[in-house]
Design a protein. Structure first.
Length: 146
């Protein structure tokens, strides 16, 4: 029995939801499942607050539990290193998303959207209040908009 509980705990630690890169697919999925979209602009290989946000919040068990069944996650990444270069098509899509939602070029920049792409809430930078407060605030926004 202890082994089973330990195995379940280990599995829970590695439960990380998939982040989509196709915004249109995310909108379709959000509409079908009656979920909201969390769009995150990041610089995965150069932006230290972006890397910290991903590791400390977006990969956390509490975030993933809250997001599961509530959010469609979208990553609009802008890497700088040649080895991490995006496909031309994905780069163009991310540029279009930035033109629409992140004209000032903030990183990280996170938006909560409805399935039609309307902005419900946005967060600039790493949340100063910390992971728990950010997740709670996001949960409140989800509750208010469902």
């Amino acid at each position: 029995m202890k082994i089973l509980l330990i195995a379940m705990h280990i599995c829970a630690l590695y439960f990380v939801l998939q982040w989509l890169t196709n915004f249109e697919q995310a909108q379709k999925q959000a509409a079908e499942k009656h979920e909201l979209i969390l769009l995150n602009f990041s610089g995965s290989d150069w932006c230290s607050p972006c890397i910290r946000l991903r590791k400390e919040i977006f990969e956390s068990e509490s975030f993933n539990k809250m997001a599961d069944g509530n959010l469609v996650l979208v990553d609009a990444d802008f890497p700088r290193l040649k080895k991490n270069r995006l496909s031309e098509q994905l780069q163009k899509q991310n540029d279009r998303l930035a033109e629409k939602y992140n004209r000032d070029g903030h990183f990280p920049y996170t938006l909560l959207l409805d399935a039609k792409g309307n902005v419900l809430k946005s967060w600039e930078g790493y949340p100063r209040e910390g992971a728990t407060a950010f997740i709670n605030e996001l949960q409140t926004e989800i509750n208010d908009n469902h």
